[in-house]
Design a protein around this ligand. Structure first.
Ligand code: GTP
Ligand code: MG
Length: 300
């Protein structure tokens, strides 16, 4: 006879997971954290980075209090029919704390990567954060089986925005990461982000700790993502089409056709493909205006 079927059912349903937050200092990171600096002050002081504070307490802290090393917290959340016990490690973003946070990367099921949409450096730094994690996990660490969510934070500061949505989304989705636009100040995107993030972690755990195949397909190729990124960063029309300055009409047309097929909005769903396609059409028009026809039959 089964001893306690109800209890067994609950045990099967509840999960314990580890989540970490990463991203440059002051981007507004995302964990429920409590830091006890009683060794200095004798009294416990509670502090949280902004996104999680907004999620857990529905309030925003305008004052910046840098995380010192790591903040740690435990929280229980109910997602779908599951209860998840989440152990949260909120990493300090400042390079100074590298030696402290590098211990905390292993055995992680979920990562919240945060950047500030008004600070391009914090977006550019995402690759370095991934590299730091990869290095600390070592050759046997597997980044594939971790759920990553990218938070493009501080979207309330629209005037100062320097990384647009399609650029951030492309970076995230081309790596199979979730992407959300958030503001810890207004609360926009925060609940949705956490619900989707935790839900993806449940799917990962239910799939034996492996990312389910359904969450891998992004609907566009790496070649398309790389082309869009290259076009965005190109310095002139030659560079945009990937031809040398002084290229012939034929070379320009050939390069144009290749990119047009790759990025045509009917064929490509990658974020930013429409703008990239328009930019390529425009670059071709500009270049062809200035390149003279070569008389292939000259002298013949
Ligand atoms: P470190 O702990 O040093 O790694 O930084 P952090 O990423 O944890 O930054 P924190 O959450 O403490 O926020 C930094 C500053 O940004 C604070 O002054 C916050 O009030 C502000 N901030 C955070 N999120 C937002 C947001 O969505 N909008 C605006 N306008 N300000 C925000
Ligand atoms: Mg912090």
């Amino acid at each position: 006879m089964e001893a306690n079927p109800q209890k067994r059912k609950e045990t099967r349903k509840s999960l314990r997971v580890k989540v970490i937050s990463m991203g440059n200092a002051e981007v507004g990171k995302a964990e429920q954290t409590r830091m006890w600096i009683n060794q200095f002050l004798g009294t416990p002081i509670s502090k949280q980075s902004c996104i999680i504070k907004r999620y857990c307490e529905k309030r925003f802290v305008p004052k910046y209090l840098a995380t010192i090393g790591i903040d740690y917290g435990v929280t229980k959340v109910q997602v779908r029919d599951r209860e998840i016990k989440v152990n949260i490690f909120d990493m300090a973003g400042h390079p100074f704390f590298y030696e402290v946070r590098n211990e905390f990367y292993k055995d992680t099921q979920g990562v919240i990567l945060v950047y500030d949409v008004g600070q391009k450096e914090s977006f550019d730094a995402l690759d370095a954060w991934l590299a730091e994690m990869k290095q600390e996990l070592g050759p046997h660490g597997n980044m594939e089986n971790i759920v990553f969510v990218v938070c493009a934070n501080k979207i309330d500061c629209a005037k100062h925005r320097s990384v647009d949505e399609s650029e951030g989304r492309l970076w995230a989705e081309s790596r199979g990461f979730l992407y959300f636009e958030t503001s810890a100040q207004t609360g926009e995107g925060i609940n949705e982000m956490f619900q989707t993030f935790y839900s993806a972690i449940i799917d990962l755990c239910d799939n034996g700790g492996k990312r389910p195949p359904s969450s891998m397909g992004v609907g566009f190729t790496k070649e398309q993502a790389d082309a869009i990124r290259r076009i965005r960063n190109s310095k002139d029309s030659w560079d945009m089409l990937g031809v040398k300055p002084g290229a012939t009409r034929d070379e320009v047309n050939k390069a144009y056709r290749k990119l047009a097929v790759l990025l045509h909005p009917d064929k490509c769903v990658a974020p930013g493909s429409e703008d990239a396609f328009k930019a390529v059409v425009n670059a071709r028009t500009v270049l062809l205006k200035n390149i003279k026809y070569t008389k292939r039959w000259a002298g013949g």
